[in-house]
Design a protein around this ligand. Structure first.
Ligand code: HEM
Length: 335
């Protein structure tokens, strides 16, 4: 359902306006046709002309939504009122323009106009559906959602956290080349076990990292890691460098089993089976970072669907507006 039932009360008057407008147009058109015409009246007939002017006027009004949004100082009526008027008057143009056309395509210009009009209406309905559906889907499927523009920054922090956990659990790598690839502390307060924020926790050390992305304080990562490097931990380091790190860095762009939740669960189950139980809590924290990456990837996709339709709706609306004036000019010139 395009307009959710709980919001429908707010739309009732506009829905009634839409029904009344449609009924008046249909009645007026067919009454006139029955009385005075031998075929369906077109745009040059009295009812066709009146409906064309009304439909065209509404299309001009529909397009005013754009400057209204752009110009912050220009605030007539609330955004909600504009949106309700936009939806219901936009839908009202469908019967008005259909009757105005007299159910024929006409020449090439009016055919292009009709196709543009149909695409604007369909993209508008699609966009409205996205606006109703996506926020609810995000709430359910991406509980770790963050501000869209800060996804990559938040992910870099999660990666730095995960690298520090591997380093603290497995110790320094044997190869000197790997030593130089040690994680760099990121912008947020980040700490390795030697820092003052560490807490002793029954033979473990708690790594704490208070995260902050710009002005938004984030969650506190507190993962207990063993005080001394865990034996036979190289497999964790190797899997981390080969599979986990590229996935955390690039997400779905890096074709990885970790981008699928059940394959990821299997990957970590196998890793857990070969790792010392001492490292299991750390593994859990890293698995959580992968979940975060998956949710951020999903959030990016949903964000795309939520906003990209406007790149069709808006330019086509502007093209419709321009062509509509050309159509009116040509029609009146040769009337
Ligand atoms: C004659 C038909 C229509 C025209 C010319 C038109 C034009 C426009 C324009 C110019 C915008 C502003 C874009 C922007 O601010 O970036 C817009 C936004 C929008 N339109 Fe339409 N539209 C029409 C019909 C419809 C219909 C029938 C619906 C839905 C049933 C609809 C749904 C929307 C929605 C959801 C937005 C986004 C508003 C927002 O998020 O602020 N439109 N339209």
């Amino acid at each position: 359902m395009l307009i959710l039932r709980k919001h429908f009360a707010m739309h009732r008057k506009w829905f009634a306006t839409f029904l009344a407008g449609t009924a008046a147009a249909v009645f007026g058109y067919f009454f006139w046709a029955h009385q005075y015409a031998t075929r369906w009246p077109g745009g040059s007939s009295p009812p066709g002309l009146i409906l064309g002017i009304l439909g065209g006027g509404i299309i001009v009004f529909e397009c005013l939504l754009w400057p209204r949004r752009m110009m912050r100082s220009w605030r007539w009526g609330s955004a909600r009122l504009w949106m309700k008027a936009h939806i219901w008057l936009g839908l009202l143009t469908v019967p008005l323009i259909l009757l105005h056309s007299g159910f024929v395509w006409g020449g090439p210009l009016s055919t292009i106009l009709a196709v543009l009009f149909a695409m604007v209406i369909v993209s508008g309905i699609f966009g409205l559906a996205m606006q109703q559906y996506m926020p609810r889907k995000m709430l359910v499927d991406t509980p770790l959602e963050t501000i869209y523009s800060q996804i990559e920054q938040a992910m870099q922090m999660a990666l730095a956290d995960a690298q520090n956990l591997v380093l603290a659990t497995c110790g320094l790598p044997k190869e000197s080349s790997e030593v130089s690839a040690q994680p760099q502390p990121s912008k947020e307060t980040h700490s390795l076990p030697s820092k003052a924020s560490d807490k002793r926790d029954g033979g473990r050390v708690v790594i704490g990292a208070s995260r902050q992305v710009e002005l938004i304080p984030g969650q506190l990562l507190r993962t207990p890691v063993p005080q001394v490097p865990v034996a036979n931990c190289e497999v964790l380091r190797q899997k981390f460098n080969a599979t986990i790190k590229p996935f955390l860095e690039r997400g779905r762009r890096f074709r990885s089993p970790l981008s699928n939740r059940s394959r990821s669960a299997e990957f970590f189950r196998q890793l857990r089976a070969v790792l010392d139980p001492e490292a299991h809590l750390v593994l859990e924290a890293i698995e959580e970072c992968c979940e975060q990456r998956r949710q951020f990837d999903l959030q990016t996709r949903l964000h795309w669907w939520l906003h990209s339709w406007l790149w069709i709706h808006l330019p086509l609306s502007m093209a419709l507006l321009v062509l509509m004036f050309v159509h009116a000019y040509v029609a009146l010139k040769y009337w």
